[in-house]
Design a protein around this ligand. Structure first.
Ligand code: PLP
Length: 371
């Protein structure tokens, strides 16, 4: 592809696997005529993901939202769930689709994640679980969240849609809590076009999840629960297997871009950048900055200016989930409950980051922002 001044720059762009290799996989699928329902590619992707991620069990899904919805069903979560308003809407929608009342908890300024020190005050007799999000792949505070869950007998489901491949001291962060939910949407760092997964280390739970994603069928004639259809098909799985081959090099390329951005932006007054956390292997799925009051342009002006130059940054997450009509009447949506989330949502801007982004393009983005 020829890159010129008018080539649009999106906030992210998938690095596609080789078309020739994908065609070879498709030929194999055509040959076998096995298109979905736990076929060869599906089985292989589940086992390859377990290896790559360093986890015990993986159940593939047609998308991340259905994985969240089924995950909550599989643990029989009811009543109220404490979650974060600073996420993609699907996090809270998955509660709504289960008839569960979301209770929003404020976030930290340093990692954008749920503030564990504010969880306990929100627990009621109806609370059954906590649904935190590893925002931008930043690991949540597992120790504190786990301790609260143990004390009050709550389940913990991590929305790990941003956290593919993130490790702390060599250990996958996906092994925390009762389960972690991944999204493989085309905008995520690892993709199956549309797709998702649930990670658990409980064999029985994995079994139940697999029934639920296939209408509740345990065998040909036994339906054990009112399941749904949330299966990943063979074409998605074949795409994922090829994508997985490139993931390490993609993450390394993104890391270089993140460093370039930081070097140019970290000393600019009114712009806040974030360094890597100690001991954490990040996936650089996003490059968040805060455009604060003392900068000479507002966050929205920066967003607009970039857009006029065909550069599509993203106010991610803006608005907060608690500000959408469906949820804004909830007691926990009130501003005095969510001061940090309401501040961050006005300042956040995610800048373009993907393996094929050129250093000149990064320079151009930085120059437009700071001049
Ligand atoms: C992408 C995303 C989802 C939804 O995943 P889909 O695969 O698009 O359904 C859920 N939660 C978060 C935090 C996400 O970023």
């Amino acid at each position: 592809m020829i890159i010129n001044n008018n080539t649009p720059i999106f906030v992210t762009q998938p690095t596609l696997p080789s078309l020739d290799e994908f065609v070879k996989s498709l030929e194999e699928i055509w040959e076998s005529k096995w298109l979905t329902n736990n076929g060869k590619f599906h089985q292989e992707l589940e086992s390859e993901l377990c290896k790559y991620l360093g986890v015990k069990y993986c159940s593939l899904f047609s998308n991340g939202t259905l994985a969240l919805i089924v995950g909550l069903q599989s643990l029989r979560i009811t009543g109220e769930v404490i979650t974060t308003p600073y996420s993609f809407v699907a996090t809270t929608h998955s509660l709504h689709w289960n008839g569960i009342k979301p209770v929003f908890c404020d976030i930290n300024e340093h990692d954008f994640n749920i503030n564990p020190n504010k969880i306990e005050a929100l627990i009621t007799p109806q609370t059954t679980a906590i649904l935190p999000v590893h925002v931008y792949g930043n690991p949540c505070n597992f120790e504190k969240i786990g301790k609260i869950a143990d004390t009050y007998g709550l389940k913990v489901l991590y929305d790990a849609a941003h956290a593919f491949g993130v490790n702390i001291n060599g250990q996958s962060i996906l092994n925390n809590g009762d389960m972690s939910i991944l999204s493989f949407h085309a905008t995520k760092v690892f993709s199956t076009i549309e797709g998702g997964a649930i990670i658990t280390n409980d064999k029985k739970l994995k079994e139940r999840i697999d029934y639920l994603k296939n209408f509740g069928f345990a065998d040909e004639v036994t339906v054990v629960a009112p399941g749904i259809n949330a299966k990943m098909n063979e074409v998605q799985a074949a795409f994922g297997l090829l994508h997985l081959k490139n993931i390490e090099s993609e993450i390394l390329k993104r890391k270089a871009i993140a460093i370039t951005y930081r070097n140019q932006l970290e000393n600019i007054n009114g712009i806040k950048t974030y360094n890597d956390f100690e001991g954490v292997k990040h996936n650089y799925s996003y490059f968040p900055v805060l455009i604060q009051k003392d900068f000479h342009k507002t966050r929205n002006e920066v967003y607009q200016l970039l857009k006029e130059h065909n550069i599509f940054s993203r106010r991610y997450f803006y608005p907060l989930i608690s500000q959408f009509p469906t949820y804004k009447e909830l007691p926990s949506s009130s501003s005095n409950n969510l001061p940090i989330a309401e501040k961050i949502t006005e300042e956040i801007l995610c800048l373009p980051i993907y393996g094929d982004l050129k250093p000149e393009q990064v320079d151009k983005i930085v120059q437009l922002i700071i001049k």
